[in-house]
Design a protein around this ligand. Structure first.
Ligand code: CTP
Length: 402
């Protein structure tokens, strides 16, 4: 699986660097070609000689080769690699990667990557949970990097919690999984919707909802990674689509999303409607800013068009349609009704009562229903992992012919 793959391993100055010789050894055993790069501080934790011996190549640490004024070419390395694995990554390097501070060879190589990038943070508990570190991890995720979450356990400091570098054989498994499922949606045309919609009240106000778009963006990224041709129609969000192959269409209101979906859905083989579309919009939008007064303000709302219902009504024989249902009560009952009334193949059910699931969170827990009832029950996990499990389900169960 990893045979012949060209892999760059980037090491930074964390005690967990002691695990990387094992990682390099395992990669070489798998038949990969490995080049190790290190930050200067990483040398204090693990010797370049060990890594050069195991990888069968010189280790690059400095941007320039000693003595002769030649430089180590990070751009070439970026083009050479089929994957880059940065492990362990310190809080310091996470910050540099997130903000493009390219003051060492490891970060310049990261910025030159043209391949999937895996980042495995490892540090002490307090540093890992600090908002600055979490924010940087969030930024790196948005750029489309694959974060290998640290494990919970005993840390070098004596503290216990998240921060331990994932074990080398698990890292190898994650990379293998990435490469095996990579093309199982090759050239399939997939439409994903994401985010909230904003219904204008006047030029400065709107009615919206708490959706951030995270679930839809993760689904789009996951599908693109597996080779699908992805169109992402999104309501207002500050997320970045990550994968440059995703065709992104930005809309604001439910009506704009309706129009965009009607244009795009007929040619999509799979439609995944993860957007939190407003059910009501303003009957009349005020052209001027509404001034405050003493009397109660009444605004009249009219129902929006149900996009998914319309897509379901026009469903083609080779199309697979997946809806989402976010419920606060009688989850399965409500979801089943939606499945029927919107003519869906599957509906992904989230419950707002589930701790850790819902708007704005990094995690989610879903179940998937078809006409027979619940056909898949997921665990609480990171939204990227949930996107992967939804795609796995679709790949396994899709009846759409190639
Ligand atoms: N949906 C849509 N167009 C709308 C409203 C919802 O396409 N105007 C889609 C959502 O993207 C989701 C599914 O329909 O995939 C279910 O959305 P949800 O808001 O849970 O259900 P509603 O049909 O709006 O019903 P209710 O709000 O009464 O629960």
């Amino acid at each position: 699986m990893l045979k012949g793959k060209k892999i760059v391993v980037g090491i930074t100055g964390s005690i967990a660097a002691y695990k990387i010789p094992f990682l390099v050894r395992l990669l070489v055993k798998e038949g990969s070609e490995v080049r190790v790069i290190m930050t200067p501080v990483a040398k204090d934790f693990v010797t370049p000689l060990t890594l050069a011996t195991l990888s069968q190549h010189a280790v690059i640490i400095e941007p320039f080769k000693a003595g002769n004024g030649e430089w180590n070419n990070h751009v070439e390395l970026g083009q050479w690699a089929d994957a880059m694995i940065f492990a362990p990554v310190t809080a310091n390097t996470l910050g540099k990667m997130a903000h493009g501070i390219a003051d060492n060879f490891v970060v310049t190589a990261y910025l030159s990557a043209k391949c999937p990038v895996f980042i495995a943070p490892a540090m002490d508990l307090d540093m890992y949970t600090h908002p600055s570190t979490q924010n940087n991890i969030g930024i790196l995720r948005k750029f489309g990097n694959l974060i290998i979450e640290p494990q919970i356990g005993e840390l070098a400091s004596g503290l216990s919690g998240p921060g331990r570098l994932e074990e080398p054989y698990e890292i190898i498994q994650i990379i293998k999984d990435h490469f095996t499922r990579r093309l199982d949606l090759n050239k399939k045309k997939i439409l994903v919707t994401a985010g909230p919609t904003h219904e204008k009240i006047d030029p400065v106000r709107f009615i919206g909802n708490y959706s951030t778009g995270k679930m839809g963006f993760s689904l789009a990224a996951e599908a693109a990674q597996r080779g699908a041709i992805v169109t992402l129609i999104t309501g207002p969000t500050n997320l970045i689509a990550g994968n440059p192959d995703i065709r992104r269409i930005d809309v604001e209101s439910a009506e704009e999303m309706f129009q965009a979906c009607m244009r795009e859905a007929p040619t999509a083989e799979i439609v995944i409607m993860a957007a939190a579309v407003a059910d009501y919009t303003l009957k009349d939008i005020s052209p001027l800013k509404i001034k405050k007064g003493q009397a109660p303000l009444r605004i009249e709302l009219t129902p929006t068009r149900d996009i998914l219902k319309e897509i379901g009504a026009q469903k083609k024989h080779n199309q697979l349609i997946v809806g989402f249902a976010l419920e606060t009560d009688h989850e399965l009952e409500h979801a089943k009704k939606k499945l029927r009334s919107k003519n869906l193949d599957y509906i992904v059910v989230n419950s707002l009562n589930e701790p850790g699931a819902g708007f704005g969170l990094e995690t989610n827990k879903i179940s998937i229903m078809d006409f027979s009832g619940v056909v898949y029950q997921g665990e609480l996990q990171d939204k990227n992992a949930v996107a992967a499990e939804i795609m796995d389900f679709i790949v396994k169960n899709r009846t759409v012919q190639s």
